[in-house]
Design a protein around this ligand. Structure first.
Ligand SMILES: [Fe+2]
Length: 443
C-alpha cells in the first residue's frame, strides 16, 4: 500500500466514522433533529359550545417532547414567544403504531369577535410560523360560512375546491363527512390536515378557517377521527352557536336514529327553538335523487323534529353531486312540497369536494339538480333576516342561489329608522291637533 492509498483509506474511515456518529446521535437524541421537525397539520375546532370565548388548536410533530404550548395575543408577535401576552398548555398523545404525536391545546377566556395571532409547540422543538384566527361575535352581525364534504380519494381536486372556498372568507366550514377514504389510515389524515393547514386560510384576512366535522361512512368510526378533532359532547352529535342568531347541529347518521341521538336532538331543538336560524348537518342525505338516494330511517325519526321545530336548512353529503329541494314539511305532506320556507325545511346535498361524481335524476322534491359537479355551498346571513345560499363550482361560479327572508325579533335587529319616523309622525299629529284646538278657541 502506497502512502497515497493509505491516506485515502484513512480519510474514508474518518468519513465513515463521522457519518456513523451523526447517525447514532440523530437516533438517540431527538432534540438534535427537532430543528427540522416543523409543526404540521395545524387545524382549529371547538371543544365547547362557546365559539366566542374558546378555540382548540391541534397539530402534529415527530417527537413527543416538542412541547404542548400555544402563545397568543391580539397583536402580532412573530415567531418570538416573549412577544405574546398569553399562553396555554395542553397535552400530546400517540398510538402504538403511529409515527407521529398529536398536540391539542384549548384557549379560553378569549374576547368575542376579535382577531388573535398565535404560534405553537415549545422550546424543545422550535416554534411554528404565526397563524391567525377570529373568535365568534356575541351580537347580531353578518355571518359567512361554508358547508360541503366528500373529498376522499382526490386530494388534487379537494385542494382546488379548498382554495376557491377560502377566497369567500368564511368564518368556519362544516364538513359533512368522508374527508378521507379510510379513516383508520394515518397517512390519509396527514394528507387531509396538511391540505386544511395550507389552503383553509381566508384570502382577505389570512385567517385559519376552523373545521366542524360530521362523521361519514369513510371515517370508519376510527379513533383517528375522534382524537384529531377537539369537539363538544361525544364528538358524534353536538351543537354550536355562532352569535345569537345561528344554531348549528351536527349529527351522526350512522348511529341508531331512534335512540339516544334522537332524544338529544329533540331536547337541543327545544332549548334553541327561538334562535332565528337553525341549520342541521350530517352525512347521509334525507332526500336525494342521486345514486345513494334518500334515507328512509332518517325521514321517519328525525324529519318530524325538523318539522316541529322548524329547522331552516339540512345539509348532507354522501351523494357526490349537488341537489336542493323545495321546502318540505313531511308532517304535512309526504309527496308534495310546501309553499315556502316559512312552512318547511330546505334539504341540500353537497357532496362535491373531490370524490368521483355521481349522476342522479330529479324527484318530486327537487328544486335544483341533482348535478354531478365539484363544488361547495356558501351561506351568508345578515342581521336584517336574510339567509342567502349559493352553490359555487371549482372556478368560483355560482350555479344555484336560494334566499330565505325572515323578520328578525323586534328590537333585536330591526333598524331604528321606522321607530323614529313613527315618533315624528306622532309629534306632527299632536302639533296639528293643538293648533286646530287653539284656533277654534281664539276664533
Ligand atoms: Fe359517504
Amino acid at each position: 500500500m502506497t502512502f497515497c492509498e493509505d491516506s485515502i483509506n484513512r480519510m474514508l474511515l474518518l468519513l465513515l466514522l463521522t457519518g456513523l456518529t451523526f447517525a447514532v446521535l440523530g437516533f438517540v437524541s431527538p432534540a438534535s433533529a427537532q430543528v427540522e421537525d416543523q409543526p404540521s397539520e395545524v387545524h382549529l375546532t371547538w371543544d365547547h359550545d362557546d365559539t366566542a370565548h374558546t378555540i382548540v388548536i391541534t397539530w402534529t410533530t415527530k417527537y413527543a417532547n416538542s412541547g404542548d404550548t400555544v402563545w397568543y395575543d391580539t397583536t402580532s408577535g412573530g415567531r418570538d414567544p416573549t412577544q405574546y401576552r398569553y399562553s396555554a398548555t395542553g397535552s400530546h398523545y400517540a398510538y402504538p403504531d403511529a409515527s407521529e404525536y398529536f398536540h391539542e391545546v384549548e384557549l379560553t377566556d378569549l374576547t368575542p369577535d376579535t382577531l388573535y395571532y398565535f404560534i405553537c409547540r415549545g422550546v424543545n422543538g422550535g416554534y411554528s410560523i404565526e397563524r391567525r384566527f377570529q373568535t365568534a361575535p356575541d351580537r347580531s352581525t353578518n355571518i359567512t360560512f361554508v358547508a360541503g364534504g366528500d373529498s376522499r380519494t382526490n386530494p388534487q381536486m379537494r385542494d382546488n375546491i379548498s382554495q376557491e372556498m377560502a377566497t369567500f372568507n368564511p368564518s368556519f366550514v362544516v364538513y359533512t363527512g368522508d374527508a378521507v377514504d379510510n379513516g383508520s389510515i394515518e397517512e390519509e389524515w396527514d394528507n387531509w390536515f396538511t391540505g386544511v393547514d395550507r389552503y383553509w386560510v381566508t384570502e382577505k384576512t389570512d385567517l385559519s378557517i376552523p373545521v366542524i366535522p360530521a362523521l361519514g361512512n369513510h371515517e370508519e368510526n376510527a379513533t383517528l377521527f375522534y382524537d384529531q378533532y377537539g369537539l363538544p359532547g361525544n364528538h358524534r352529535w353536538f351543537s354550536l352557536d355562532w352569535g345569537p342568531d345561528l344554531h348549528l347541529i351536527v349529527l351522526d347518521s350512522y348511529a341508531s336514529p331512534a335512540g339516544a341521538e334522537r332524544n338529544w336532538l329533540e331536547s337541543d331543538l327545544a332549548v334553541h327553538v327561538n334562535t332565528l336560524w337553525k341549520v342541521v348537518f350530517f352525512h347521509q342525505p334525507v332526500f336525494s335523487g342521486g345514486e345513494q338516494g334518500s334515507t328512509v330511517d332518517l325521514q321517519e325519526h328525525w324529519v318530524p323534529l325538523f318539522d316541529k321545530y322548524h329547522v331552516d336548512l339540512v345539509i348532507n353529503g354522501h351523494d357526490h353531486d349537488y341537489e336542493r329541494t323545495y321546502p318540505i314539511n313531511f308532517s304535512v305532506s309526504e309527496n308534495s312540497p310546501v309553499s315556502g320556507p316559512e312552512r318547511g325545511t330546505v334539504y341540500i346535498v353537497s357532496g362535491g369536494w373531490g370524490a368521483p361524481l355521481y349522476e342522479g335524476s330529479p324527484q318530486w322534491w327537487t328544486a335544483y339538480g341533482p348535478v354531478p359537479i365539484y363544488h361547495f355551498t356558501l351561506i351568508d346571513i345578515n342581521p336584517q333576516g336574510t339567509l342567502t345560499l349559493k352553490a359555487i363550482d371549482k372556478d368560483g361560479k355560482v350555479f344555484d342561489e336560494y334566499v330565505i327572508q325572515k323578520n328578525p325579533p323586534v328590537g333585536q335587529n330591526s333598524s331604528p329608522a321606522p321607530l323614529v319616523a313613527l315618533v315624528l309622525i306622532g309629534c306632527l299629529v299632536l302639533v296639528v291637533i293643538t293648533y286646530s284646538l287653539l284656533r277654534k278657541r281664539l276664533g
